[in-house]
Design a protein around this ligand. Structure first.
Ligand code: COA
Length: 323
């Protein structure tokens, strides 16, 4: 009889000591090492972190041979919800690579999720997707869009910078917009806390921008992203608008967000949102490829009945869902 591998939960202090010094070169981005560590600790110790996030790994003779992050989210498809386990930061130390440790860890991860009744696992691959396809993952449409700011239709708008006081209006608007989509990751209060922590991250260079348009006192549209002058770009994270007839608020808001910057760049937005943008230049992403593997029979049936394909007009999720 074959014995199943068991994953260990890695306590945040152990993860900081055993993994972060090795993974920083890859994933710290524009953060210093201390910022990289502080941001990890802030997520791990948040309410979201305590309930929906942990680090796990495979120990061989006591040493950590492979590790990853586990995020817990809910995927809504129509009226149904599915339990989703997100996998991030799959990592094997340099000197232990090529011995099957990451594959074994992910196999054990998926077995444990299946046993626990999780409906699907998902990740965003920075490496050739064949590594994850061997484990049953399917690659979903994963593209970028680039727009020239001066090609966007203008519309006279009074645009306001949004702050903390607008947080609940932003959430309401996002939720209303999201319910029009056939499927989406749910945003519970815990997910919003996680979003708020990530919005303050210094991982990506640039100046955060949160812009909105109001009718009277109510928020009717917003965009969030970063101005990155060194790339002459506004990098869009996400947007929403209240009235389906007012999708043209979005190009106008994007133009305002870009200001004197030449281009607007983003992951290709998901359905409904994609329709608010002009065609633009759409290209396949080379990193952060969206992948998922159905684990439960009910999710597999739903997924097989309507699998996304490469020619879909929109991508499956916002870049803000990236882990
Ligand atoms: C990717 C990684 C986790 C694999 O760990 P590992 O324990 O060596 O993996 P396994 O031994 O189970 O599998 C090895 C196989 O992984 C695949 N692999 C490794 N790096 C890969 C890459 N960049 N692209 C595609 N496949 C890759 C190869 O097929 C390799 O097989 P080979 O040794 O016959 O060439 C490890 O290389 C790593 O930590 N890389 C840096 C972090 C990273 O990029 N993580 C993935 C983020 S999505």
């Amino acid at each position: 009889m074959t014995r199943r591998l068991r994953l260990d939960v890695i306590a945040p202090d152990d993860y900081v000591r055993d993994v972060l010094p090795h993974s920083a070169a890859l994933w710290a981005g524009s953060r210093s090492f201390d910022e990289y560590v502080d941001e990890f600790r802030a997520i791990a110790s948040s309410a979201f972190g305590k309930r929906r996030f942990r680090t796990v790994g495979l120990r061989i003779d006591g040493a950590l041979a492979a590790s990853c992050k586990r995020y817990e989210r809910t995927l809504r498809c129509g009226d149904r919800t599915y339990k989703a386990a997100g996998i991030g930061a799959v990592f094997t130390p340099d000197d232990l690579r090529g011995r099957g440790y990451a594959t074994a860890m992910l196999g054990a991860f998926l077995d444990a999720e299946r046993d626990a009744g999780t409906d699907l696992a998902y990740l965003f691959s920075d490496i050739h997707p064949s590594f994850y396809e061997r484990l049953g993952f399917v690659t979903l449409p994963s593209r970028t869009i680039t727009l020239r700011a001066d090609s966007l239709p203008g519309r006279r708008l009074t645009v306001t910078a949004l702050g903390e006081a607008d947080a609940s209006a932003v959430r309401r608007l996002f939720d209303t917009f999201d319910t029009r989509r056939p499927y989406a990751f749910a945003r519970t209060p815990l997910d919003w806390e996680w979003q708020r922590l990530r919005a303050t991250s210094r991982e990506h260079a640039g100046q955060p921008v949160h812009l909105g348009v109001r009718h009277g006192r109510s928020l009717t549209a917003y965009v969030t992203g970063r101005r990155v002058p060194s790339a002459d770009s506004f990098v869009l994270d996400e947007f929403a608008y209240a009235n389906p007839d007012e999708a043209d608020l979005i190009p106008a808001l994007l133009r305002a967000a870009a200001g004197d910057l030449r281009t607007i760049r983003a992951w290709l937005p998901p359905t409904i949102a994609r329709e608010a943008l002009p065609r633009g230049a759409v290209r396949p992403r080379t990193t952060a490829l969206s992948m998922l593997v159905p684990l439960s029979a009910s999710f597999r049936a739903a997924f097989n009945a309507n699998p996304p394909d490469r020619n879909d007009a929109a991508d499956p999720c916002w870049s803000t869902d990236h882990i």
